[in-house]
Design a protein around this ligand. Structure first.
Ligand SMILES: Nc1ncnc2c1ncn2[C@@H]1O[C@H](COP(=O)(O)OP(=O)(O)O)[C@@H](O)[C@H]1O
Ligand SMILES: [Mg+2]
Length: 322
């Protein structure tokens, strides 16, 4: 009998590493910190740039379905397929194909995630290692994609362990106040818990989310706090000018989610619809504020996407030359 990936990975950790080296998970034990917004926009921007992407939703709220606009479509199985995969060992397939060009999705919903938790709980009680089940399910289709992006729920430790078992790179969005950063200690402990099953998981970087763009001092403190909690190996992301990459506070995020659009899509639509901001000035009409809000937020997500890909690339290059 051919040994399963989970069995082989115990003796050969490199196996999961090679097949699943591009699994990027957005996690933080807390809710409302930008996991879904960042992961959905990252996946969508990568797909728009030409990478083939599989987005795997493990968030009970299924908010990614709002951001990507598939929430109320007929084909949204709200996690039924993933439950079958984990419970009955059905082969994993993308449920929603081409949600955008190059972007496939495996959706999730509250009910199915609860049932998945039951499955994991059962395995735990029987002493069965469940942490590599998702890795094992993803491995056969991983080569169809350049990137696999996973969104996670808050407060569901077993689900998080399952996802971490399949994760190469962890991206952590967080609010930038001291207490939110302090809470990352819990996440760091969950990470250590999974390490014996998946030694390859690493924190790629931390993203200050919902950021007050004018607060330079807060920015510096936040970075120091992040180092203090997660260790010096963990850092925020930087852009080409060495500026910290953050996601600013902007109501455009809510508008985008309500419209079933990613932020850059909303920005493109706004550009199409709106007259140039200088038109009113030139014609002596009432001048509105410059429509920069959605553009600014779209720019933040673009910088973040670029920074994530750049950092993965530099790790991969270093590994190849090692
Ligand atoms: N840049 C932003 N500024 C303000 N609100 C935002 C921003 N990005 C997302 N939001 C809103 O904040 C809430 C939480 O974001 P979300 O990405 O769903 O967090 P999580 O997945 O961690 O729970 C959502 O209602 C979302 O629409
Ligand atoms: Mg979420």
């Amino acid at each position: 009998m051919v040994p399963s990936l989970a069995e082989m990975a115990v003796t050969n950790p490199r196996l999961t590493k090679d097949v699943l080296s591009r699994v990027i998970t957005f996690a933080n034990g807390k809710g409302g910190v930008g996991k879904t917004s960042c992961s959905a926009n990252f996946a969508g921007l990568c797909a728009a740039a030409g990478w083939t992407v599989l987005f795997v939703d493990f968030d009970a709220q299924g908010d990614a379905g709002n951001d990507l606009g598939y929430k109320d479509t007929e084909d949204n199985d709200r996690g039924a397929h993933m439950l079958q995969v984990l419970d009955a060992h059905k082969p994993l397939q993308p449920v929603l194909r081409q949600v955008r060009p190059n972007l496939d999705v495996i959706p999730m919903g509250r009910r199915m995630l609860k049932m998945i938790e039951h499955v994991l709980e059962g395995k735990r009680q029987r002493g069965t290692e469940f942490r590599l089940m998702l890795a094992e399910a993803l491995a056969p289709i991983a080569r169809d994609y350049d990137l696999i992006v996973i969104d996670t729920p808050p407060d569901r430790p077993d689900v998080l362990q399952l996802v971490f078992g399949a994760t190469r790179w962890l991206v952590i969005p967080t609010k930038s106040d001291r207490s939110s950063i302090g809470n990352l200690q819990d996440l760091s402990e969950e990470l250590e818990e999974v390490r014996h099953a998946n030694p390859d998981i690493e924190i790629l970087g931390v993203v200050p989310y919902d950021f007050d763009t004018n607060a330079g001092r807060i920015k510096r403190n936040a970075i120091e706090d992040i180092h203090a909690v997660l260790g010096d190996a963990s850092d925020v992301f930087y852009d080409a000018d060495d500026e910290v990459v953050f996601i600013r506070h902007s109501n455009a995020a809510v508008d985008a989610r309500n419209a079933g659009k990613l932020v850059h899509e909303l920005a493109e639509m706004a550009q199409d619809e709106e007259e140039p901001w200088w038109q009113a000035l030139r014609e002596g009409r009432k001048v509105d504020r410059i429509p920069g809000s959605v553009g600014g937020l779209a720019g933040d997500h673009l910088l973040l996407t670029n920074a994530i890909l750049t950092r993965i690339n530099s790790f991969e290059e270093a590994q190849e030359s090692a």
